[in-house]
Design a protein around this ligand. Structure first.
Ligand SMILES: Cc1cc2nc3c(=O)[nH]c(=O)nc-3n(C[C@H](O)[C@H](O)[C@H](O)COP(=O)(O)O)c2cc1C
Length: 364
């Protein structure tokens, strides 16, 4: 199984609570995490992009470092680890994105991947005049199909003519081209999002309860097989580990009690506008009262791996055995310490298959 870290390039990372570390995103912090992940032999890091946060007492995501800039800088400061940058389709023309990712590929020596984000939060784009209208909720993966086909044509041939529903490009060129196929990941959870990833992606990232993971992995596998492809699932988790179970549970419960309810309400309000059923917006709305190990909103609905280092290793082994996932994307209350603890205290305890990565990074 492969392991990656979901970098906290948005304010406060992925926990909406006054009882978790509160911080502004900085290059220094994300570099320290990435270097620790590389030292521990993890496979990749992935950063996100949010153009507007959700306020509250913690100012959740009210600041966010740009993902592609950040990833390029991390690429120059590392040598082995895979680096997945995120592009939000509405904010960046595909020919500009193609060039940015070709640049990242050059800087990183072929370690870059791209996470395709269609955008589910109107407020982020409406503030810039970039929201096409609410029909976009339903059309966003059709838009993504066209966007990705332009990216791939430019990367493969350096030139494209395209007369589509959303984009018109005439003899558009883009050089230099990447030296290899850029791995595409997507985190679509709706039926349309899963279809997109099954047909075009290399990996799907899912935000699912532990109990729902097996079904999601199977659905994706079947959809990919229909398209004659193989697409692996990576599942998101937050790890809250300590010397003892009691210590870890006390930390997780304190975070839950300190939940920033205003920021959570802000996020749920935006999610409620999404007209697509069966995706992450639905899941966020349901996650207010969910048990921690199934994904509570204080942890952004990421299911938690809570317990002693031994217990967390056992939980990961059980998930791998039950769910058929290809990898995990990890988050932590304290990212540098958490990444180190995962590498030194948890990973050595995993059963053989989980402990050894199939390859050095996701981009392989
Ligand atoms: C690992 C991961 C990374 C994501 N990164 C971003 C991001 O950077 N920006 C964003 O707006 N949404 C991000 N999302 C949301 C997804 O792109 C997607 O829109 C969401 O999961 C809803 O799925 P759906 O569009 O199929 O409903 C991310 C989700 C996951 C699980």
């Amino acid at each position: 199984m492969r392991f990656g870290v979901f970098l906290p390039n948005g304010r406060n990372g992925y926990i909406l609570s006054k009882a978790a570390p509160l911080y502004m995103p900085t290059f220094k912090h994300n570099l320290a995490i990435t270097q620790e992940a590389e030292r521990q032999g993890l496979d990749f890091v992935l950063s996100m992009i949010k153009f507007r946060g959700f306020g509250g007492e913690t100012g959740f995501w009210d600041a966010c470092l740009d993902s592609i800039n950040l990833t390029s800088a991390l690429a120059a400061a590392t040598t082995k680890i895979g680096l997945v940058a995120t592009i939000s389709l509405l904010s960046t023309h595909p020919a500009v994105a193609a060039r940015m990712i070709a640049t990242l590929d050059d800087i990183s020596g072929g370690r870059g991947g791209l996470n395709i984000v269609t955008g589910w939060n109107r407020a982020e784009y409406a503030q810039m005049g970039l929201w096409p209208g609410d029909h976009y909720y339903e059309q966003r993966y059709e838009f993504a199909d066209e966007y990705l086909s332009i990216l791939r044509s430019l990367w493969r041939t350096g030139r494209v003519d395209h007369d589509g529903k959303f984009f018109q490009l005439k003899d558009c060129v883009c050089e230099p081209r990447p030296q290899r196929e850029i791995p595409i990941v997507c985190a679509g959870q709706s039926p349309q999002g899963v279809r997109f990833t099954a047909e075009h992606g290399d990996h799907n990232f899912v935000m699912s309860s532990k109990s729902g993971l097996k079904r999601i992995t199977q659905n994706l596998g079947e959809a990919a097989a229909k398209a004659g492809r193989k697409v692996g699932t990576y599942a998101l988790f937050v790890m809250v580990a300590a010397e003892t179970d009691a210590e870890a549970h006390a930390q997780a419960n304190a975070i839950l009690e300190g939940a920033d309810t205003v920021a959570i309400a802000g996020m749920l309000g935006s999610a409620a506008l999404d007209t697509v059923e069966g995706g992450s917006s639905n899941r966020l709305r349901e996650a207010m009262g969910t048990p921690l190990d199934e994904g509570n909103m204080a942890f952004l609905s990421f299911p938690a791996l809570i317990g002693s280092y031994e217990s967390v290793a056992q939980q990961i082994d059980a998930i791998e055995a039950d769910c058929g996932i290809e990898g995990m994307l990890l988050t932590f209350p304290d990212f540098v310490q958490g990444t180190r603890d995962f590498g030194t205290r948890v990973r050595p305890l995993l059963r053989g298959g989980a402990a050894a990565s199939a390859s050095r990074h996701i981009a392989a």
